[in-house]
Design a protein around this ligand. Structure first.
Ligand SMILES: Cc1cc2nc3c(=O)[nH]c(=O)nc-3n(C[C@H](O)[C@H](O)[C@H](O)COP(=O)(O)OP(=O)(O)OC[C@H]3O[C@@H](n4cnc5c(N)ncnc54)[C@H](O)[C@@H]3O)c2cc1C
Length: 393
């Protein structure tokens, strides 16, 4: 399915679709990848796509970011789309908003060119939902910050150049305080302790890392000390919206394969598609996609207008949790059209897409954490209640 939005002003790279195809061109055995192919981001950078995403002031062109996520997911394994969005949405949003030092501004320029690829390290072995409990410490000294600790999940960690690390600020004696901060650390200074085997998104590497007294300059502090959690949350908001867009791409791809199959395969003397029950189920998938499309792009436009509005964070969370839960079901519906072949990974990619989209219910914050954000927006109506509710005792 085509991305249904105006191309806007002329872009240096022509259409987004063509640029994404150029970025993916020549990747051998794309289904066999076990690490993110960094040339995809390098090429998107060279073509000017990353700069187009960050045109103008922060938050840049969020709608374009969603279109990019959708287009990559429609044309490549979801793991590649997740890796692209991590860099363009999470990392670059934080670098734009909080990267005020020359050191970080220079890094941001390289990231926009695709010459430096960034990752995010927030979750730790002791927990990911409750990020206020992180134990990795940043100890200030005369030369800069000394970072020590372990992070359990760092996507792009095996191929990236730098990582935004959520740390607990320590005092000069090394005693942890209550303050959290985000610090940028070169990935070359981190020890990769494990490269995780995963159920899906194989084209995205996710690793565990350890930092053993890694020294970074004072200027590597991203934003103000004490606001680390807020900084990470800011980046996550853009990433979560991109997850919704990735699902549009991945499910749209699954749907187009399923429609094609129902036209080619016959049972009971007629193409599967002519059995109305099947065609209507496919139409139902399209209905869900169209509703989701409206939600993703409407929210993207709102983020452009007012990225700091508190209720928008909850609205993005609502879009993400809805998209993530629906994706599992919708891909499964498409898989069903293939009968037994849908369950055979050597014969159809549907099973892989199903396993890939399952990550959306966890990555960037779980369903439950999204619902916690949405729950914060629930409000009762006292007057209407008093007027309309009469409960007898
Ligand atoms: C493939 C992959 C890639 C990832 N990439 C990254 C990355 O690049 N950077 C990064 O920082 N992290 C990354 N993560 C980590 C991810 O963000 C966390 O796994 C996620 O936030 C959940 O944290 P957890 O695994 O510690 O689960 P836990 O926090 O232990 O939660 C377990 C379950 O309990 C639920 N739960 C927890 N607390 C509550 C509560 N108060 N009320 C109701 N339910 C609750 C959770 O929703 C979840 O269902 C990645 C994870 C995966 C699997």
């Amino acid at each position: 399915m085509a991305v249904g939005h105006d191309a806007g002003p002329a872009r240096p790279f022509g259409s987004l679709h063509d640029a994404v195809h150029q970025a993916l061109d020549g990747l051998d055995d794309i289904g066999e990848l076990r690490r993110f192919p960094r040339q995809v981001l390098e090429r998107l950078g060279k073509l000017g796509v990353l700069r187009e995403r960050w045109r103008g002031d922060c938050p840049g062109d969020v709608v374009f970011g969603a279109e990019l996520a959708e287009t990559v997911a429609a044309n490549a394994p979801t793991g590649i789309a997740v890796g692209v969005s991590l860099h363009t949405e999470s990392v670059l949003s934080m670098l734009h908003r909080f990267g005020t030092t020359d050191y970080l501004a220079e890094l941001r320029e390289r990231a926009l060119d695709g010459a430096a690829i960034g990752a995010v390290a927030a979750s730790e072995p002791t927990g990911g939902s409750d990020l206020s409990a992180v134990r990795t410490v940043a100890v200030p000294d005369a030369a800069g910050w000394r970072i020590s600790g372990r992070k359990k999940y760092v996507s792009l960690g095996a191929v990236g150049d730098f990582v935004v690390v959520l740390c607990r600020v320590a005092d000069r004696a090394g005693k942890p305080t209550r303050r959290l901060a985000t610090v940028v650390v070169p990935l070359a200074e981190a020890e990769v302790t494990r490269e995780h085997e995963k159920l899906g998104t194989h084209a995205l590497d996710t690793v565990a890392v350890a930092f053993d007294d890694v020294l970074v300059p004072h200027e590597a502090l991203l934003g103000r000390s004490g606001l680390g959690l807020a900084n990470i949350s800011y980046g996550l908001t853009f990433e979560r919206l991109a997850v919704g867009a990735q699902i549009l791409g991945a499910v749209g791809h699954a749907l187009s394969l399923a429609v094609e199959h129902t036209e080619r395969r016959s049972q009971f003397g007629a193409p599967l598609r002519s059995h109305q029950h099947l065609e209507y189920r496919l139409a139902d998938v399209l209905v869900e996609l169209e509703v989701l499309r409206g939600a993703v792009y409407h929210t993207a436009r709102q983020l452009v207008d007012n990225p700091l509005e508190r209720s928008l964070v909850a609205r993005v969370a609502a879009v993400k949790v809805h998209a993530a839960r629906k994706a599992e079901y919708l891909v499964s519906e498409c898989m069903q059209m293939f009968g037994g072949a849908g369950y055979l990974p050597q014969e159809t990619p549907l099973g892989q897409i199903w396993q890939d989209v399952r990550l959306a219910r966890i990555g960037g914050g779980t369903d439950e954490m999204m619902l916690a954000l949405v729950a914060g927006e629930l409000s009762g109506a006292a007057r209407a209640y008093d007027r309309g509710v009469r409960i007898s005792s």
